[in-house]
Design a protein around this ligand. Sequence first.
Ligand code: SAH
Length: 242
Amino acid sequence: MTVYLVGAGPGHPELLTLRGAHLLGRADVVVYDRLVAHELLDLAPTGAVRLDVGKTPGRPGRPTRQADINALLVEHGRRAATVVRLKGGDPFVFGRGGEEAEALLAAGVPFEVVPGVSSAFAAPAAAGIPVTHRGLSASVTVVTGRVGGSDPSGGVDWASVARTGGTLVVLMGMAERATVAEALLAAGRPADTAVAVVHWATTYRQRVVRTTLAGLADVDVPAPATIVVGPVAALALGPGDA
Ligand code: SAH
């Protein structure tokens, strides 16, 4: 009778937390997303029910609506002893995990949040980019790149973000990368500001593209990718494939 909102980490299966692995090992039901490493599902007992609720961007018809996912969690949470809701990265960073927690709270279903390693920090790190670095960046801001979205919270104030300085990490930003670059340039970030695009970070498919704000629009890398903007994006402190 508990739903665990578990962060699966950024991609590599070994970046799951020990608590996440422990809970998966005794799960009756696993509800998982598209970006979650499939090896993780093997950690659940053979008899566990595995439910794919992945949303595939750009494929209408296929996506499971958030309201349906919430209802599914409530339903299984009432019946099964251990429900693991496995979400990419950290469940509370742009994963709509907060909405799932609200639904469980409203329904009186006990739940626990198990934090995960977010791609917001793991993707830059895997590319050898420290998001803060003495002398280069004293702050890091994480934003969504869904500029045209219908987010009722009002979206990102790009002018303020540009003025803040420091490192900017953009999640879900590839589709709107040209608009994001334009907004930052218009707000005064120099055209030669270093940019790195990290695709499928921490997995065998990882690819890192280095460019500048002026060149971001021309980077043709599919999702999932994390965009890092700022002087630290020029660093490559590791073996990576930079
Ligand atoms: N809750 C997740 C983020 C969900 S939003 C977390 O904390 O990581 C989904 C976005 O995360 C993607 O569009 C992409 O920008 C980023 N992302 C997720 N996995 C990634 C990976 N392996 N490599 C690079 N970016 C990734």
